[in-house]
Design a protein around this ligand. Sequence first.
Ligand code: TXA
Ligand code: MG
Length: 351
Amino acid sequence: METEYIKLDSASPDPEVIGRAGDILKRGGLVAFPTETVYGLGGDALNTEAARKIYEAKGRPSNNPLIVHIADMEHLEAIAAEIPEKARKLAAVWWPGPLTMIFNKKDIVPDATSGGLPTVAVRMPNHPIALELIRAAGGYIAAPSANTSGRPSPTIAEHVREDLDGKIDMILDGGEVRIGLESTIVDFTDEIPMLLRPGYINMEKLEEILGEVLIDPAILDENASRNIRPKAPGMMYRHYAPKAQLTIVEGGEKEVVDRILELAAQSRREGKSVGIIAADETAEFYKDYDVKNIGSRETDKEIARRLFRVLREFDDEGTDVILSESFETPRMGQAIMNRLLKAAGHRVICV
Ligand code: TXA
Ligand code: MG
């Protein structure tokens, strides 16, 4: 299939193009579009056949459920069976925004979209192209991140083209996304809300509004397994993964720099090409290597926005080995490290 690629003004997208993209979705086709977090691969959330096509285009297992994107609050009532007061409070502050909430679903949401679960994930993205496209498509767009399953999520339209060209009807290019990591996911199907995926909205911000918030043990397990040494087999399944072998080095600043330089020299002696991911504060120490400065630890939003892009750039360059500093920054550190650890298959060296 021929994939149409269209550049749009993010602030005021051409209504003719949005109308055409909406028609494609209404007919069961697939359109990739920008959101403030990452690019999404959209299909009609209430159409089983569209959901099936999304799984196929991404190469994603069909029991991994899709997020339903809405643009208006009335549409939440139509797909969620119970909406607790706390969820309404969170939505009042953070929707539209980088927040996904899980509710018990109504029957109108097909099993294909919910991956067979009795629940549905819902998000109202904060991006003019996304919001207008959702309305043009009839109100409900199922959209996973627009990458091939297992690869880093796309933060520019070119990433979507790399992964999905020829497999979907249209790509809407709205430039680079603002946040760069996927939405924070909070489950509201039990008494106490539970964080399932860390994102731009961190625990502190959630607790400000919700009071007590639990954390999915899977996220904590990941933290616990960070002490594994390089030769230990990765405990969890690799995701967001670059083609290169990625190792995170964690510890005091000087120790980290020394160990990364040592490992880089060793890989180079073995004839491997080496890439290094470093913060602005330490990047200069690695100038003999292909070092990518991911941004300052002081402004960790920049680190979050650049992470997936940097991983893809190393892929494009055919890098064999990537060594990365660790970024446990206070604001977005949990979200950044969650993705970086998955990308590394939990290969961490503590120094
Ligand atoms: O920022 C985002 O959320 C992006 C943009 C495009 O909106 N979307 C995104 O979708 O990251 P995806 O499919 O790549 O990740 C959705 C995650 C998956 O881990 C999935 O398992 C989980 O949400 N999920 C979806 N529905 C769920 C449900 N009913 N219960 C628990 N987890 C769910
Ligand atoms: Mg994804």
